[in-house]
Design a protein around this ligand. Structure first.
Ligand SMILES: *[C@@H]1O[C@H](CO)[C@@H](O)[C@H](O)[C@H]1NC(C)=O
Ligand SMILES: *[C@@H]1O[C@H](CO)[C@@H](O)[C@H](O)[C@H]1NC(C)=O
Length: 173
């Protein structure tokens, strides 16, 4: 009889866990696009909320429209290098120590203008996905003196450079 009750409460627990799983929803670390200058390293945020370990799950970062679309697929504790789009070879990483905290953000090293676009973060286990937009700008004027005095303002999806405080910021994206 005790066993039956134990079994029943176990079943209830399983059902409860299943419900929790179904209720997963995603949050992106920031609501606005990620903005970077060509050559920068960027982190595209994506994490599970409520916090749940993704350490044993497959994490897929893709860029819809790219062929092949796989930017970084993490499975069985490693990057599936063989299906990765060659333009991202050796330029991406997940934070492996962060996976157990549900943080499946991806870093891209030295972004190029062609990296700009929408990235999709998904975990097939929870059948959820999130889209993160990356905007990559470049310096239009590039003289040495300008490089020394330039200040960047990232605002409103646009990178502004502030050359002289009295002159208004000039959009360069
Ligand atoms: C995820 O990990 C990265 C790298 O450590 C960190 O910059 C970022 O803030 C983390 N995000 C969350 C939601 O903890
Ligand atoms: C931000 O961009 C939107 C759309 O392009 C524009 O309507 C708005 O005025 C801009 N805001 C600022 C502060 O520049």
């Amino acid at each position: 009889r005790v066993m039956v009750e134990l079994q029943q409460s176990l079943n209830r627990f399983c059902l409860f866990s299943l419900l929790l799983l179904v209720q997963f929803h995603w949050r992106v670390g920031v609501g606005s696009p990620i903005i970077a200058l060509a050559g920068d390293d960027v982190i595209l945020p994506c994490h599970l909320e409520p916090v749940t370990s993704a350490a044993s799950w497959t994490v897929e970062w893709t860029k819809p429209g790219l062929d092949p679309e796989f930017v970084h697929v993490h499975e069985d504790g490693r990057l599936l290098h063989e299906i990765q789009n060659p333009s991202y070879y050796y330029r991406t990483r997940l934070f492996v120590d962060e996976l157990e905290h549900g943080n499946v953000s991806m870093k891209i090293f030295e972004v190029k203008l062609s990296d700009e676009g929408t990235y999709r973060c998904s975990l097939p286990v929870v059948q959820e996905e999130v889209f993160v937009q990356l905007i990559v700008g470049k310096l239009v004027q590039n003289s040495e003196s300008l490089r020394k005095s330039v200040n960047y303002l990232f605002r409103n999806n646009t990178i502004f450079k502030n050359v002289v405080p009295t002159a208004g910021p000039e959009a360069i994206v």
